[in-house]
Design a protein. Structure first.
Length: 374
């Protein structure tokens, strides 16, 4: 198997056709067809089924596609290392963001990022965890800012908590249960939820899951289903969508939002910078007396308390923690010099990385590197 063959396979999956894949790869349809045929011949396996309705992947083709995406993403990252070393961020950055952030603070964060790094092409997704986490795994997304699905293993994805938001039970206005004061009144209700974490809210009734905010809102407007929203989303959507928050006496739950990336891989410098721009935007809006989002953010427990409780460090150390952990993993692999690790993890030079290692581990990187080699 050759890289160009796997790249063609991924392009066909993304474009949905040979012609579309050729356009993505800036080549001819004949070249894409030849690459796929050669891959099938080399593996003695049919990977695609071509019919009048389009292209369908075989079961083996689907499994190979998952690994191909990872390999292609790794190659793109390897190429990006050289561009980053020149001191100017370039290339594409794919980010998925939880809906309420996408609908409020994301525009300002994007403007901030674009002003500082104009040569990075952004690809933005509105991401519920059930959709975004699989895309992180197959490397079609670089960074997800949202809730970590409890079905994801800790070795699968890295999670850095950023903040929590209080939650509320929501229903359509004039819902028979809209004035309920106790959770026990909702025991037999039908629920439509966006996250498995919220599935424990009701041990009775019927619990369903929607992986699209538009579907979830439509069902809430037109049926007697209930759901759980973080309060920022309630502030944004409730009145506009004809919904209301139930006046329950008991606290419902809280939604933890964090920066989620693939484990064992350094977070790209562009992703770190995007995260910094988002954090700066939220801090600014929380502190600005005339911010249109000030009321919404009053329900958000931001950075300092969450970081102190869950990581034992201040918000200023969040990005440094990502870099230190990424550097340690690279050094454990034993294939990189200290200068290469410092460069690839965003420290810039070995002295900055040395000081960060002393703060984090009490040892310079040279000691850790020697210990792993021995």
């Amino acid at each position: 198997m050759k890289f160009y063959q796997l790249n063609a396979l991924v392009a066909v999956a993304d474009a949905g056709s040979i012609r579309g894949a050729a356009k993505r790869l800036d080549t001819s349809p004949a070249a894409v067809t030849k690459a796929i045929q050669k891959l099938e011949a080399d593996t003695a396996t049919q990977l695609l089924i071509r019919n009048a309705s389009g292209i369908v992947f075989t079961e083996v083709g689907k499994k190979l596609l998952i690994q191909s995406r990872l390999l292609v993403a790794q190659m793109v990252s390897a190429r990006q290392v050289f561009a980053d070393c020149k001191g100017e961020l370039t290339g594409r950055l794919s980010v998925a963001v939880t809906p309420w952030l996408a609908m409020t603070l994301m525009p300002k964060a994007v403007v901030c990022f674009r002003q500082r790094y104009p040569n990075v092409q952004l690809e933005l997704h509105e991401g519920l965890s059930s959709v975004a986490c699989p895309r992180l795994r197959d490397a079609s997304v670089d960074l997800f800012i949202g809730r970590l699905d409890t079905r994801c293993s800790s070795t699968d994805l890295s999670y850095l908590p950023l903040f929590t938001a209080d939650c509320a039970v929501v229903a359509r206005q004039q819902h028979p249960l809209c004035n309920s004061r106790a959770m026990e009144d909702l025991a037999l209700a039908d629920w439509i939820l966006a996250s498995q974490q919220d599935g424990t809210i009701s041990t009775q009734g019927h619990v369903h899951f929607a992986h699209s905010l538009s579907i979830l809102l439509s069902l809430l407007r037109e049926t007697d289903m209930l759901s759980i929203f973080p309060w920022p989303l309630v502030e944004i959507c409730a009145q506009r969508e004809g919904l209301c928050a139930l006046p329950l006496r008991e606290p419902v739950s809280s939604a933890s939002v964090g920066a989620i990336s693939r484990s064992g891989q350094p977070l790209r410098p562009a992703a770190e910078r995007f995260l910094e721009c988002l954090i700066e935007t939220i801090h600014f809006e929380m502190g600005h007396p005339h911010s249109p989002y000030r009321r919404m953010l009053q329900t958000v427990d931001l950075f300092s308390r969450v970081f102190q409780a869950e990581t034992g460090q201040s918000p200023a150390k969040a990005i440094e923690k990502l870099r230190v952990e990424s550097a340690r993993l690279m050094m454990e692999g034993g294939r990189h010099s200290i200068d290469e690790v410092a460069r690839d993890t965003g420290f810039g030079d070995r002295e900055r990385m040395r000081r960060a290692f002393l703060r984090a581990f009490g040892q310079p990187p040279q000691i850790i590197q020697r210990a792993n080699r021995s």
